[in-house]
Write a protein that binds this ligand. Structure first.
Ligand SMILES: Cc1ncc(COP(=O)(O)O)c(C=O)c1O
Length: 401
């Protein structure tokens, strides 16, 4: 067996199952889950129709690089969203969702024969970054997010000796779970570090289309172009249809950026066998070419967050994020509970599931930056999220009825 497998950590939902194993939630209250970050708005009918209409291609193997029309759909979207002109032949590739793509990218970029390979990632973070780093033979380094600066990652806290060994940096903007969007000066700092130390930046942008400010989140490629880095040297961004178009089951996204990196990545993917099926390609083309459903989806999230956030703000430290579909709330100090106690008792008394923040982060440099926080995914319909928020308010106001 690959000995590196033993270094993988249990997934947060596995830990949640164990935490809840002995809990019997009250039967008179319907269960409401704010736990999983899985989109639950309806999939637009035209995407399903395109999927069915694309079934004709099943009799042949698809190319790993995708059909030209698919690649043009990616670059067309990038042009409309970020005002950038990318070459569909060399600067984009289809992926089967950003999860496998992020994982496979580490396997492509890390050189395990170089002593002491490091992958830097934010803390809290999406657990795939850590697994991708470990299975590539690298060691993850966790850079904490700073609640005092809107959860911006404290890149300055990473020692120079760590940057020197860094081969890959994961950034997540908008962030999961914090919702924080990286501004241009932060990108400038990371590009300078990448130039100095030669590491690659993987920019996870799967929440880019769900935002609450007027201005859409700055993308990594957009930041690079604004700073005169038109070849996107050492930068690849990861974009997904899952959240944008409510199709997590389709498994569809794309990567874009540095053509030299994508050439190596395509070679890796060809061997790994991760071509996108023709029907999924057809549905993806339809989804990327339409923006109205994305505008409507965003409006639904905005309405929901506008109603739910003020309710919770009255009883716990929490605020509207820049983007994403999570509230990253602090457990009120006066309760004297850990984040895991809070989640357990909330389920036991009100049948509402939230995810303890410490499960989404690692203890590193003497602290777990997710401790005393909980993540609430507002993915269900507004009425259900409001009901959950009302129960949480009651729970905080009288935690032991
Ligand atoms: C930060 C982050 N990146 C990537 C993904 C993977 O999304 P997908 O594989 O559906 O594109 C998720 C899913 O929850 C996520 O939260």
């Amino acid at each position: 067996m690959n000995p590196l497998l033993s270094r993988l950590q249990p997934y947060p939902f596995e830990r949640l199952r164990q935490l809840f194993a002995s809990v019997t939630p009250p039967a008179h209250l319907s269960p409401i889950s704010l736990g999983m970050g899985e989109p639950r708005h309806a999939t637009p009918a035209f995407i399903k129709d395109a999927l069915v209409a694309g079934l004709g291609g099943l009799a042949s193997y698809p190319a790993t690089a995708g059909e030209p029309r698919l690649r043009e759909a990616f670059t067309g979207w990038i042009a409309r969203r970020y005002g950038l002109a990318l070459d569909p032949a060399t600067q984009v590739l289809p992926v089967n969702g950003s999860r496998e793509a992020l994982f496979a990218f580490a396997q492509t970029t890390i050189d395990p024969t170089r002593e002491g390979a490091v992958v830097v990632c934010p803390n809290p973070f999406y657990q795939i970054y850590e697994g991708a780093a470990l299975l590539s033979g690298a060691t993850p380094y966790y850079a904490p997010s700073d609640p005092a600066r809107n959860f911006a990652v404290d890149w300055d806290s990473v020692p120079e000796a760590v940057w020197q060994r860094t081969q890959l940096l994961f950034v997540c903007s908008p962030g999961n779970p914090t919702g924080a969007v990286m501004p241009l000066p932060e990108w400038e700092k990371l590009f300078a570090l990448s130039d100095r130390h030669g590491f690659v930046i993987a920019s996870d942008e799967c929440y880019s289309e769900i935002y609450f400010r007027d201005e859409p989140p700055l993308g990594g490629l957009e930041a690079a172009a604004r700073l005169g880095r038109s070849d996107f040297k050492n930068l690849v961004s990861f974009t997904s249809l899952s959240k944008r178009s409510n199709v997590p089951g389709l498994r569809s996204g794309f990567v874009a950026g540095d053509a030299a990196l994508l050439k190596a990545y395509l070679l890796y993917r060809t061997y790994h066998g991760s071509a996108m099926g023709p029907a999924v390609q057809a549905a993806s083309i339809a989804a990327w070419n339409d923006e109205q459903h994305v505008i409507d989806n965003r409006a639904q999230y905005r309405q929901k967050f506008a109603q739910v956030t003020p309710l919770l703000e009255r009883v716990m430290p929490v605020s509207l994020p820049d983007a994403g579909f999570y509230l990253w709330a602090q457990v009120p100090e006066h309760l004297g509970m850990s984040d895991t106690d809070f989640a357990r008792q909330l389920l036991a008394q009100y049948n509402v599931t939230v995810l303890p923040g410490s499960y989404l982060a690692r203890e590193a440099h003497g602290a777990n930056p997710g401790a005393q926080r909980v993540r609430m995914a507002l993915v269900a319909e507004t009425a259900e999220c409001l009901e959950a928020a009302q129960r949480i308010v009651q729970f905080i106001q009288s935690p032991s009825p």
